[in-house]
Design a protein around this ligand. Structure first.
Ligand SMILES: Nc1ncnc2c1ncn2[C@@H]1O[C@H](COP(=O)(O)OP(=O)(O)OP(=O)(O)O)[C@@H](O)[C@H]1O
Ligand SMILES: [Mg+2]
Length: 592
């Protein structure tokens, strides 16, 4: 045997030995499995418990608890409007930190667009919170009704078990309503409505022609060459620096210190009113900014909303567009309609007074009307106006000024009751067709306000007999003799309106006129809620549950139960519930 063959044999023998060893090892391995398989199985079960059984999970990784709050502003939108959805996620558990993803989803059949689709992943520390903002745009073809958005909040624990996903949901709703005029005239049959419309157009055309021929003899303000609602004039006078933000600009009018335009916002197509000061000196400019800041704090259905303001590229502010104003209504008007307008304007005043903000410049052109709802405008701008008018005092009229605004020495300082006086002058004018004190001479007018008693309204309009004591008390020279507060005034207005509306409701029920029944029932429900008459509110909300069906009925039932709960607990009705009732009543009126 040669040496090479011997080497090969030795090598083969080693391999055999090695295979035998490996076999041994495998045999040992099997033994190991048999010994330890049960332990491994138990270990896996324990791990599973730690992850999925909450108390154990807490013990190891802490627990995540979230509080999610969602809000939409504004809550009532028209097609073409945009709103902001704010979602605040707060960690109230005892976990270290969590990663959160917020996704809003429109429920039901809707074309509403929300952007962004979902907020990027955000880390929230233990006990911390984060706010996410989304923009909601209502397309022009969106149907009226209550819309619901589901807020999906997914969160993961980046700690021990980082791949564990949880989620929770929250809902927030808002209303889309198409503009209608349902409120500042009482409902009438369709034919008489058409006749009245034709008649109104005729009268407006006649008056327009008359004014054109005779010149506008308006003594409150001399209108210049600028024509209201005129796109061509608007093009000439709308500042070019703002033109890139707006289209379809129309000139509305001008007052003591500014011009107002109707315009469409380029970024989202929303129709707004843009107010631009005619000229501002540095002191007035400062005052303008300070006052407008006050106004932006006021959020109420009976107060015009300011959307935006800036001093660049030029000083301006953008607000809710309102199609009419008390100045534009024909007067004298139906006393009950006037009282309803005054009652609702007072609701806005009551809210502002609760925030220590007094208007001091109420007049028909400052109470605008949108969808029949009165909204007070120009908050705090009276100071700006006074300053900018200091050199041209003759153009100022004290037509709506209270005695204490003309003689502080005799009547003391202005306060909330100054607004009550001014609202009284407006109420007087709405029901009689003329203000209580009138004179072309500035000083004579001042003397009348300070010393004369106004002609009782019923002498000018017999229908005003029942509201006469209310108006006269609003116009008491001494503040102490007027209503103490807006709430007290509303109490008297509600008594008058309650009687009137209940009578009308009864008549409508006798003839079975559903449209009128809903109109009067709706006003009675809102009146009761706004004056804190819970039993009345409960009764009318209950009546609505019988007049409606489907989702609207369910919502009225919820409202009724909410009122009942507050009755039992002796609580007041919150503003949000009143707002909700307004929306439901509106939906019922437009045919829900
Ligand atoms: N948000 C708005 N929407 C629609 N029209 C408006 C709006 N704000 C004001 N207007 C209208 O524009 C016109 C000018 O308003 P402005 O407030 O400048 O003057 P004024 O109320 O007549 O006087 P003052 O300057 O004393 O307030 C008025 O006819 C007013 O009704
Ligand atoms: Mg004004």
């Amino acid at each position: 045997m040669d040496a090479g063959l011997l080497d090969k044999l030795t090598e083969s023998l080693r391999k055999v030995e090695w295979r035998v060893d490996l076999k041994k090892y495998q045999i040992n391995g099997e033994k190991w499995e048999i010994k330890h398989i049960r332990k491994l199985f138990f270990f896996l079960i324990i791990v599973w418990f730690l992850i999925y059984i909450p108390p154990l999970n807490v013990a190891i990784g802490g627990t995540t608890k979230l509080e999610v709050h969602a809000d939409i502003q504004p809550k009532v939108l028209e097609p073409g409007d945009a709103a902001t959805l704010t979602v605040t996620v707060k960690e109230i558990g005892d976990d270290d930190a969590i990663n959160v993803v917020v996704t809003p989803i429109v429920t039901g059949h809707s074309n509403i667009v929300i952007s962004p689709n979902s907020a990027p992943v955000s880390k929230i520390p233990e006990g911390g919170e984060k706010t996410f903002e989304f923009k909601i745009v209502v397309p022009n073809n969106e149907q009226s009704g209550s819309k619901s958005i589901k807020i999906k909040v997914e969160y993961t624990d980046p700690g021990v078990f980082s791949d564990k996903r949880n989620s929770m949901t929250e809902y927030v709703s808002f209303t889309v309503r198409r503009p209608t005029n349902y409120y500042n005239t009482s409902p009438s049959s369709d034919i008489s409505f058409i006749l009245i419309t034709i008649l109104a157009i005729g009268i407006i055309a006649g008056v327009g022609l008359y004014l054109k021929r005779n010149g506008n003899k308006d003594k409150k303000q001399s209108k210049s060459y600028e024509q209201e609602g005129s796109p061509s004039k608007a093009k000439d006078i709308f500042p070019s620096k703002l033109a890139e933000f707006y289209t379809d600009v129309e000139y509305i009018g001008k007052g003591g210190f500014a011009r107002v335009f109707k315009a469409k916002r380029k970024k989202d197509g929303k129709v707004v009113a843009v107010k631009i000061p005619i000229s501002l000196d540095p002191a007035t400019g400062k005052s303008f900014l300070r006052e407008i800041e006050n106004w932006t704090k006021l959020r109420h259905p009976n107060i015009v909303r300011v959307y935006d303001y800036n001093i660049l590229p030029i000083p301006f502010f953008e607000m809710e567009y309102c199609e009419s104003s008390l100045e534009k209504l024909s007067k004298p008007m139906d006393v009950r309609d006037a009282a309803l307008l005054i009652f609702n304007a007072a609701e806005g005043l009551k809210y502002a007074h609760s925030k220590d903000i007094i208007h001091r410049d109420l007049k028909p052109s400052n109470i605008l009307i949108k969808n029949g709802i009165p909204k007070i405008s120009d908050w705090g701008l009276s100071k700006v106006v006074t300053e900018s008018r200091s050199t041209t005092t003759t153009s100022f009229t004290p037509l709506y000024a209270a005695p204490e605004q003309l003689s502080k020495a005799k009547f003391g300082r202005t306060d909330e009751r100054t607004d009550i006086w001014q609202l009284g002058v407006i109420f007087y004018e709405l029901v009689t067709g003329k203000p209580p004190f009138e004179s072309d001479d500035y000083y004579e007018l001042m003397a009348m306000i300070l010393n004369d008693e106004p002609t009782p309204p019923s002498q000018l309009n017999p229908d005003a007999k029942e509201v006469e004591p209310i108006i006269m008390r609003m116009l008491a020279k001494r503040k102490e003799d007027r209503y103490e507060s807006v709430a007290e005034l509303q109490g008297d207005l509600a008594t008058y309106l309650g009687i009137e509306l209940r009578n009308e409701l009864k008549k409508s029920r006798t003839v079975g006129d559903r449209r009128k029944i809903i109109y009067y029932l709706g006003n009675l429900l809102l009146l009761s809620m706004k004056t804190g008459s819970l039993s009345g509110a409960y009764k009318y909300a209950n009546d609505f549950t019988k007049m409606t069906s489907g989702e609207l009925k369910a919502q009225f039932e919820e409202l009724r139960d909410g009122i009942k709960l507050r009755m039992e607990e002796g609580l007041e009705i919150p503003v949000e519930l009143i707002e909700k009732a307004e929306i439901l009543v509106h939906e019922a009126m437009i045919g829900g």
